[in-house]
Design a binder for this molecule. Structure first.
Ligand code: XUL
Length: 517
């Protein structure tokens, strides 16, 4: 039997498969579906159910399972030797909440996602009841933010008590997919793992138990509804007999504990030792690095997460990233290349014009009700080249402004995600961060999941398949696309100006929050 390992990345907009072969170090198979176009019955835009209120971001969990069936069927149609897959690992968009009853039925038809901002009130109550932000950070290593899961669970308890009553298990997205893979209603595994759990804001990343205090504020019975947490790299069970019969998996195909997408982005970009930073440029923008010890930001801006290999992953997340850029591409009928060409018509730094790209609220800084702000634009500036540069620089400056607190001496930035295919993004990140950037070939997160499946499988008896060896064999930085900072000086002052204006926009001086209502 060959040594195939399947990585599944169930992300906001779609689902990707990557199969690696550890016998010859080949990537054997890559495929994906986009929810909007491949599964139109779910009525999504960018993977989120279309509806009026822009603070709500939800999806039907059945869509993620249908996507798997779709991709498994495609493997069969292409005669891919599914029977050679020894283990599977699942990466999921972080923080999304799936609620199940004792029989395994979904109790809340739609799942609130990482970019849902409808739980501001719940986060405020949790923070107040525990005694303020400092106390919350001491308790769970993080603040309460609408992106995280605690507020979503509390939202169900406060506003949908009937659903809370019926629910016996609260899952994250990848746990739910694991549950399905291991049998679903017929004995599927109800377990979690530390990486994704650390994004729930219910447990300190350095602790090995739930925060009794936070859980009790939500409800005295919550702890009973949170599944046990297995350690990273554990196998949680075998694939279900139903999937064996339907698609031809081997009966002993193992499912590992899986993790959140950023944790697997780290593995898939070879970010397994301190000094390397990964920037993932997808629906969200994230920057993260590996630590041997937990890092807790006293302001809670840098999220304090565990990774998928028993270490830690301080992470910065901005929720606006692909949205503004994709919009300007479609608005002006551009692609990555023509966009890059247009940039030549304006100087780096855009003569001081700044765009604060908080299109649909923002996760970092914590401004769930924010709107975008255009700074320094004169009448003559509302034309294509200036706007294109403003969007690009605005997104990257916003990311940089959060990242500046990351406690790391960055040696190199590895780029992954759709926008890393753009020359303009790679160069402008190198310029603004003043560090070399290099994109990693292939599907970073799904590749990370496939590598993790192999690591979990061989961990106990084949030390030659350690994480370092696996990542050096499968992760390929695309050296031809490496960018060296060329215009760092042009951004030195602008970064400070951006920071100052951002602070002023966030400082509460009047009696009315201009971003509310
Ligand atoms: C990270 C975060 C996002 C999602 C995107 O904390 O919320 O990066 O994981 O899928």
């Amino acid at each position: 039997m060959a040594s195939f390992f399947l990585g599944i990345d169930s992300s906001t907009q779609g689902c990707k498969f990557v199969v690696i072969n550890t016998d010859n170090d080949d990537v054997e198979y890559v495929d994906s579906v986009q929810y909007d176009t491949d599964l139109p019955k779910y009525n999504t835009k960018n993977g989120v159910i279309i509806q009026e209120d822009s603070n709500i971001s939800e999806a039907d969990p059945n869509m993620w399972i249908d996507a798997l069936h779709h991709l498994f069927q495609k493997m069969l149609d292409k005669n891919f030797p599914v029977s050679q897959i020894r283990a599977i690992s699942v990466s999921g968009q972080q923080h999304g909440l799936v609620a199940l009853d004792a029989e395994g039925n979904i109790t809340r038809k739609t799942s609130k996602l990482w970019n849902d901002f409808s739980t501001v009130e719940e986060c405020e109550i949790l923070t107040e009841k525990i005694g303020g932000t400092e106390k919350m950070i001491a308790e769970i290593g993080n603040t309460q933010r609408p992106g995280y899961t605690a507020g979503k669970i509390f939202h169900i308890y406060r506003r949908e008590p009937e659903i809370a009553r019926k629910t016996t298990t609260f899952f994250l997205v990848h746990n739910f997919i694991n549950y399905f893979l291991t049998g679903g209603k017929n004995g599927g595994a109800r377990v979690m793992e530390p990486g994704d759990v650390s994004g729930m804001a219910l447990r300190h990343p350095a602790a090995d138990e739930w925060s009794q205090k936070v859980c009790r504020i939500i409800s005295p019975d919550l702890i009973e509804k949170l599944p046990p947490v297995k350690s990273a790299g554990e196998m949680i069970g075998k694939i279900s007999q139903e999937l064996v019969n339907k698609y031809g998996f081997p009966g002993d195909c193992q499912i590992d504990a899986g993790c959140g997408d950023n944790m697997y982005g780290a593995v898939g970009t070879g970010n397994i030792q301190p000094g390397i930073v990964t920037i993932s440029l997808g629906t969200s923008g994230t920057a993260y690095t590996i630590f041997n010890e937990p890092y807790v930001d006293p302001d809670g801006e840098i999220a304090s997460f565990c990774n998928s290999t028993g270490k830690y992953l301080p992470l910065l997340c901005v929720s606006n990233m692909a949205n503004g850029y994709n919009r300007i591409l479609s608005q002006f009928n551009l692609n990555h290349e023509s966009f890059t060409n247009i940039l030549a018509e304006t100087p780096p730094g855009n003569d001081g014009k700044l765009l604060f790209p908080w299109y649909t609220g923002e996760r970092t800084p914590n401004l769930p009700n924010a709107r975008p702000v255009y700074w320094g634009f004169s009448l003559a500036d509302f034309h294509k080249p200036v706007l294109c540069r403003a969007v690009l620089e605005g997104h990257i400056l916003n990311l940089y402004d959060g990242y500046r607190k990351m406690p790391v001496q960055t040696k190199e930035i590895r780029l992954t995600g759709g926008l890393s295919r753009s020359d303009a993004w790679r160069q402008t990140i190198a310029d603004i961060f003043a560090v070399e950037t290099v994109p990693v070939a292939g599907e970073g997160t799904a590749l990370g999941a496939a590598i993790h499946a192999a690591w979990s499988y061989f961990r106990r008896n084949r030390p030659e398949f350690g994480l370092k060896s696996l990542t050096s064999r499968f992760v390929k930085p695309d050296e031809a696309k490496r960018k060296i900072p060329q215009n760092a000086a042009a951004y030195a002052k602008l970064k400070e100006v951006y920071h100052e204006i951002s602070l002023r926009l966030r400082t509460k001086i009047g009696t009315v929050d201009p971003f509310k209502g």
